[in-house]
Design a protein around this ligand. Structure first.
Ligand code: TXA
Ligand code: MG
Length: 325
């Protein structure tokens, strides 16, 4: 299959027609690129799992363009409305009780549905023109690094889908914050640009999920995620240099992924910068992980002691599996 890269308004109309016909298209959001299909069409959802090679018990996020559309797929709670008013459109996903119209294939057989209102104008246009809720996981092959540019999507899914809408580099760079609103208190299942503290300010309550990842919770969390195709390791600022030397001695051409402040202390070595702020680190991490695939290994700076890097570190821990040298 030939994959068209779309950029014009006409291309967005064409992409919306693909969605209406039950086909899949990739599109930009402010977080990462999504692989979209009609969320109400079980065959389209099945295609999403097949194209990504994703386990079918890992449910999809349903993307909407306006609040009113929520009543066609979910039973929103007062907390959902408050979060919508505070953060949407934007990088937050809410887990809510679902309506029967949403097929089991979309929600992995759950009685809940994940709902998100992306802010990227191309995503909003696409959903509005398609006139259906759009199920979309990140547009990467299962277990690989999430895509933050149309080129990343092409690397993974080129030839597998008819169209990729190119909306430039994603602003946020890591996936949306997921908050479960079906329990007594809101629980953040996946950290993102919007923090539990910010949610708490709006709802009065909210905590990060701390327990063991069980089947019943965000199932995606139990899988290996966000990993480049080369081995990658975690090292704190002080041990980066020795880690690099160890690998070099073994004849392994490794790259260091770290913040600018740390990189200047290392001197001349193969390096990919995470910038100098938590937002820059979030924006750059997935591109950095993909770029590291040009080397034989990657050593990533452990930023766990800096609270503001919590969301970026969540992805770094998943990419490295917490492995140290
Ligand atoms: O930023 C994002 O959220 C991106 C863009 C494309 O919108 N999408 C995304 O989708 O990250 P995906 O499929 O890669 O991650 C969806 C996560 C998975 O961990 C999944 O288990 C969880 O959402 N999820 C979906 N529905 C759920 C539900 N009903 N209950 C609990 N977790 C759910
Ligand atoms: Mg994903």
């Amino acid at each position: 299959m030939l994959t068209k890269i779309g950029k014009t308004k006409q291309d967005v109309i064409e992409a919306a027609n693909y969605l209406k016909m039950g086909e899949l298209v990739a599109f930009p959001t402010e977080t990462v690129y999504g692989l979209g299909g009609n969320a109400l069409d079980s065959e389209a959802s099945k295609k999403i799992y097949a194209v990504k090679g994703r386990p079918s018990d890992n449910p999809l996020i349903v993307h909407l363009s306006t609040w009113d559309e929520i009543h066609s797929i979910a039973r929103p709670t007062p907390a959902a409305k408050k979060l919508y008013e505070a953060f949407c459109p934007g990088p937050i996903t809410m887990i809510l009780p679902k309506l029967p119209v949403v097929p089991d294939e979309t929600t992995g057989g759950r009685n809940t549905v994940a709902v998100r209102f992306p802010s990227h104008p191309v995503a909003r246009d696409l959903i509005a023109l398609a006139g259906v809720p759009v199920a979309a996981p990140s547009a990467n092959l299962s277990k690989h690094v999430s895509p933050t540019s149309a080129e990343h999507v092409y690397q993974d899914l080129g030839g597998r889908i008819p169209m990729i809408l190119d909306g430039g580099e994603c602003d946020v760079g890591i996936e949306s914050t997921i908050v479960d609103l079906t329990g007594e208190n809101p629980v953040v299942l996946r950290p993102g640009d919007i923090t539990a503290e910010e949610i708490k300010r709006v709802l009065g309550e909210a905590d990060y999920y701390k327990g063991e990842i069980k089947e019943a919770l965000a199932p995606g969390m139990k899988y290996k995620h966000y990993s480049p195709s080369v081995p990658c390791y975690l090292a704190d600022e002080k041990s980066l240099k020795t880690a690099l030397e160890n690998l070099t001695e073994k004849g392994i051409n490794a790259v260091v992924i770290a913040t600018d402040d740390t990189l200047v202390t290392l001197g001349n070595c193969p390096a990919i910068s995470l910038g100098s702020t938590p937002r820059e680190a979030q924006h750059r991490i997935y591109g950095a992980l993909r770029d590291s695939e040009r080397y034989q290994a990657a050593i990533i700076e452990d930023l766990s002691d800096k609270k503001e890097y919590f969301a970026a570190m969540d992805r770094i821990k998943k990419a490295t599996g917490g492995n140290k040298l």
